[in-house]
Design a protein around this ligand. Structure first.
Ligand code: UGA
Length: 462
């Protein structure tokens, strides 16, 4: 069976912007129901709806050439040979599996829409992170609702890019994973998508596997990455208690090529929209498969992460003479990591909530996160605290300098490079004494800061 030559793709997000850039012969339409987001993608001054280094350059080159943004979802579906389903799959908040399982409502709605609208055969690619065997449900929905002569092939093509490095990850991916049914039709659909990526990704980095392996590999990769962070964070607690230095330990173990040096940076806890969600998903899957020990094993990675955040807040309070009531704390960074404006599951949210409940005053500064987002996250984190109370205790600042003025302590919650380049002498002069720095990201030169006069507390050091 000859693979379909893909000439039109319908999809969403940075991946497809990069496909458009690298494949000028393919028309790529990014469709989204949200008018404001589409307007932002189309904005004449390139004020894009997400902050991602390098994305603007990609959109500048491809937009209007072979990259289009639209709210006309049906037209996108009708015209495309290949459709990426890239919708949200958040953790369910209620019903069966609440708190663990992925909410597949948007996947189902998108799938039904494709079946309803399509008048010709399509390749449908599951891009969202989904529980194992979701592709099967998609196939059943498509087959049950399709028009005569419309045939759908389902592929799984999970996303492995990380926020902040999305464009470089997409330009030179470690691998592209495509899962398909091992039938002639499935293999042929897989070849069509492989051809698209082969425009810039070496063929030996495009891995073709079965559908279920592909779906599970996505959850497994995130679980293994998060597990490394929880492992190093667990060791950071031992370092603090023994006098070992977690950076030295990470360096020493990372030299073993079987372990490797990446993802061994101790921190105040991992955040982001993926790690926690995907592990909880894996936990739910394990429980559904009657594998309670397996579920408990993975759940511990998330529990360790919660423990790390609590431990850090407690260390701040303990160090500041067991009370931070009425004290002003500057929190530098609100995003879940540097180079993104994304705040989902950010450790900063938990820390600020803890400081608020200790009745401290908090000044927050982040170079990318918009003010409205900070208020929304803080309100969600403390649903029982009235908004006026939160706004009395928290102030959002326009610079690190402003946040630190008159504070008793600085807490580094995100590893933004600019926090390293602050004029720390000036910060010291403007703070109340003793002036503390709590480095939750192993970012600053602790010795240099101590020489200025700061009392410095660092994760994973006594
Ligand atoms: C993660 C994965 O790295 C991607 O491969 C995956 O595609 C993505 O999830 C996804 O499923 O969409 P992302 O959440 O964007 O990407 O960010 P990471 O760079 O993985 O960082 C996650 C969290 O771990 C951040 O809070 C970061 O600060 C923290 N981290 C990371 C550490 O605390 N220590 C480290 O050594 C590395």
């Amino acid at each position: 069976m000859a693979p379909v030559k893909v000439t039109k793709i319908c999809c969403s997000g940075p991946t497809c912007a990069v496909i458009a850039l690298k494949c000028p012969h393919i028309t790529v339409t990014i469709v989204d129901l949200n008018q404001a987001r589409v307007d932002a993608w189309n904005s004449p001054d390139f004020k894009l709806p997400i902050y991602e280094p390098g994305l603007e350059e990609v959109v500048r080159e491809a937009r209007g050439r072979n990259l289009f943004f639209s709210t006309d979802v049906d037209k996108g579906i009708l015209e495309a040979d290949l459709i990426f389903v890239s919708v949200n799959t958040p953790t369910k908040k209620s019903g069966v599996g609440a708190g663990f399982a992925a909410d597949l409502n948007y996947v189902e709605l998108a799938t039904r829409r494709i079946a309803q609208v399509a008048t010709s055969s399509k390749i449908v690619v599951e891009k969202s992170t989904v529980p194992c065997r979701t592709a099967e449900s998609m196939r059943t929905i498509l087959e049950a609702n399709s028009k005569p002569n419309c045939h759908f092939d389902i592929l799984s093509n999970p996303e492995f890019l990380a926020e902040g490095t999305a464009i470089t990850d997409l330009f030179a991916p470690d691998r592209v994973l495509i899962g398909s049914l091992q039938t002639p039709e499935g293999i042929s659909a897989c070849a069509s998508l492989t051809e698209v990526y082969a425009n810039w990704v070496p063929k030996d980095r495009i891995l073709n596997v079965g559908l279920w392996s592909s779906e599970l590999s996505k959850l497994a990769a995130n679980a293994m990455l998060a597990q490394r962070i929880s492992s190093i964070n667990a060791l950071s607690a031992i370092c603090e208690a023994t006098g070992a230095n977690i950076d030295e330990v990470a360096h020493a173990i990372g030299y073993d090529t079987r372990i490797g040096p990446k993802f061994l940076k101790a921190s105040v806890g991992f955040g982001g929209s993926c790690f926690q969600k995907d592990i909880l998903n894996l936990v739910y899957l394990s429980e559904s498969l009657h594998l309670p020990e397996v579920a408990a094993y993975w759940r511990q990675v998330v529990e360790m992460n919660e423990h790390q955040k609590r431990r850090f807040s407690k260390r701040v309070v303990d160090t500041m003479f067991n009370t931070i009531t009425g004290k002003r704390i500057a929190v530098l960074g609100f995003a879940f990591k540097a180079d993104t404006g994304d705040t989902r599951e950010s450790a900063a949210i938990t820390l600020i909530r803890d400081f608020q409940s200790e009745k401290a005053y908090v000044n927050v500064y982040d170079p990318q996160v918009v003010e409205e987002q900070i208020w929304t996250d803080l309100a969600e984190a403390s649903p029982l605290v009235p908004e006026e109370q939160i706004k009395k205790q928290v102030r959002i600042c326009k610079s690190a300098m402003e946040a630190c003025r008159d504070a008793e302590a600085v807490v580094i919650a995100t590893e933004w490079k600019e926090f390293n380049e602050i004029n720390w002498e000036e910060v010291y002069q403007s703070m109340n004494k003793p002036a503390f720095v709590f480095d939750g990201r192993l970012l600053v030169d602790a010795e240099k800061l101590r020489n200025i006069g700061f009392k410095v507390v660092t994760i994973g050091r006594p």
